[in-house]
Ligand binder design. Structure first.
Ligand code: ATP
Ligand code: MG
Length: 560
């Protein structure tokens, strides 16, 4: 047992595993799996499942399989397979050689289905899905037996084989398990095992015209792989009796029998978390693809500047329980802030530039001033930033007629320029529209760091960049994609009605310090006094592009 568990106390799944191990169950092995369907990109909800599946195996010295649940060829694609692998690796988990596809088991699953037919426990039903659904009844009324439930074994075997060979149209027949049409559990009322689908599969091509349903394929695949603990989200709790029924039909003495345990899924405020809905946002161009930095996908969060550690810490913090709930998205935002606070070098960038001319600074002079890369971590060292007579400061750091408590620049006021000098505003110039265009200041040479007046007190410190050295950059500010805390939760309204129209603001006229020319895609920075940013993968030397991960101050906390 790792120290971490002993400190926090085990969660309920850890307790189950500890008990199984102490009883010597499953030859004392722990083998989990993460079973994504390759029908979209992974989202932050999947990260929870990944951290649980891989995390538990790591803690107990076990293994985790990556299994693609590829049983629905019309919605699945290799693009998704590849992105899923990238995302799991990025989170920092390894499945080594344990990469599997449910489609690898199609033949075995088919043979087991034949066995069920032979045992009188499965039959081909020629009715439509609608009729089958009406015959199922409801939880308080028993269902009706299918008129096809008493077919002979020979006829069932023959029809099932011809379904497989593609002799029948989609929707014309299904294979059903014969269990109990009056069970109080609707999932046991002769559930579907196979349906006819005539689509090309990304791995098996045209080999199969029938595809197994999740409930049938999942437990059997767990069994084939020797999975000990099959962990999934709470909505599968009612499927568990069926999972077990299918296993009852095949499990042999002495082999590992997988056990399903459910935990609550992650729901986040201001977020939709269903691949179907995320796909809709992509297809309708509401966002720029699956990795749009506003998406709750792992590829979107990565591009936005989230670190794998921030996501893993977040999942750790929310814990593993059976209680459904909604986690405030600000917890995720805090998690990345905490991580970047330690990791991100500080740099200076001005997003809304206002020119300041230091009138007593020599015209052709430039100097390089030393500044810390991260006050939280001395080992990150320091760098030199260029300083000269003309600099840019943030427009909102100057006020023509500031109130008393405004500790930034205004006529007659003095401020410190971060890692440089104190400057005092002497005058300013406006254009014909009354907009301030230039601010004139004088500097005090003695206030340079280490200088005779460096210890003098002044209330405000501003960030700045030297105008002649600054690099122009584009900065993309992101905000929450939805302006409603529960975009999914409105009865008569589509979730897209709650898209936040201000979720992205593109600023083209920003200036950054020249050290940022060396930044590599996805490198993280703290733009001092502003927030955490990273270099977008689309950035080029001619057109630097930064994404805002999170501002330093949470503007939503005030609104709420
Ligand atoms: P979605 O509902 O978003 O389409 P899904 O459940 O259909 O997701 P799968 O690819 O089938 O997606 O999921 C793979 C695994 O991830 C499953 O074990 C599932 O339980 C888990 N998972 C999916 N969404 C969440 C979530 N929000 N929180 C925790 N686990 C999740
Ligand atoms: Mg699913």
């Amino acid at each position: 047992m790792s120290e971490e568990i002993s400190k926090k106390g085990p969660n309920f799944i850890e307790s189950i595993i500890e008990k199984d191990l102490s009883e010597g169950k499953n030859q004392k092995k722990v083998h989990t799996r993460f079973p994504p369907e390759p029908n979209g990109y992974l989202h932050i909800g999947h990260a929870k499942a990944i951290c649980i599946d891989f995390g538990l195996a790591e803690k107990f010295g076990g293994k985790t399989n990556l299994r693609f649940d590829d049983t629905n060829p019309s919605k699945e694609d290799v693009e998704y397979v590849d992105s899923i692998k990238d995302d799991i690796r990025w989170l920092g988990f390894a499945w080594n050689d344990n990469e599997f596809f449910t489609s690898d088991y199609f033949e075995q699953l088919y043979q087991w289905a034949r066995k069920l037919i032979i045992d009188g426990k499965a039959y081909v039903d020629d009715q439509s899905a609608e009729i089958i659904a009406t015959q199922k009844g409801n939880p308080t009324t028993p269902g009706e037996e299918s008129p096809f439930g008493s077919r002979s074994v020979e006829e069932n075997l023959d029809l099932f084989e011809r379904m497989k060979l593609g002799e029948f149209e989609e929707g014309s027949r299904v294979l059903r398990a014969k269990i109990d049409m009056s069970s109080s559990n609707m999932h046991l009322r002769d559930p579907l095992m196979y349906r006819i689908v005539k689509a090309s599969h990304h791995r098996t091509g045209e080999d199969w015209a029938i595809y197994p349903m999740y409930d049938y394929a999942h437990g059997q695949s767990d069994y084939i792989e020797g999975i000990t603990h099959s962990l999934c989200t709470l909505e599968f709790e009612v499927h568990r009796p069926l999972y077990n029924w299918f296993l009852d039909q095949i499990v042999e003495e002495g082999k590992v029998r997988p056990e399903q345990t459910e935990f609550s899924r992650l729901n986040l405020s201001y977020t939709v978390m269903s691949k179907r809905k995320l796909l809709e946002l992509v297809q309708k161009d509401e966002v720029n693809g699956w990795d749009d930095p506003r998406m709750p996908t792992l590829s979107g969060l990565r591009r936005r500047g989230y670190t794998p550690e921030s996501i893993r810490n977040f999942v750790d913090k929310i814990g593993v329980t059976k209680v459904d709930g909604v986690i405030d998205v600000s917890l995720l935002e805090h998690s990345v802030k905490d991580d970047l606070n330690v990791k991100a070098p500080r740099v200076m960038a001005v997003l809304d530039p206002l020119k300041v001319i230091i009138t007593n600074y020599p015209e052709d002079q430039e100097e390089y001033l030393e500044t810390d890369n991260n006050p939280e971590d001395e080992s990150m060292g320091s760098r030199k930033v260029p300083f000269s007579r003309e600099i840019f400061i943030e427009r909102n750091d100057f006020m023509e007629d500031p109130p008393k408590k405004f500790f930034r620049l205004g006529p007659g006021r003095e401020v410190r320029l971060k890692s440089a000098y104190f400057i005092k505003c002497e005058d300013f110039k406006k254009d014909e529209n009354g907009i301030v265009r230039e601010v004139y200041c004088t500097y005090d040479i003695d206030t340079k760091s280490g200088g005779p007046a460096a210890g003098r007190k002044v209330k405000g410190t501003l960030h700045w960049v030297s105008a002649m050295h600054a690099i122009k950059a584009e900065v993309r500010l992101y905000d929450r994609l939805f302006s409603d805390a529960n975009p999914d939760g409105h009865k008569d309204k589509d979730f897209k009605e709650f898209l936040n129209p201000d979720s992205r603001t593109i600023l083209k006229n920003c200036y950054v310090e020249p050290s940022l020319l060396n930044a590599k895609a996805l490198d993280h920075f703290q733009f001092q006094r502003l927030g955490y940013y990273n270099l977008d993968p689309d950035s080029t030397a001619e057109n630097l592009v930064f994404n805002r991960t999170v501002p330093l101050r949470d503007s939503w906390a005030k609104k709420a």
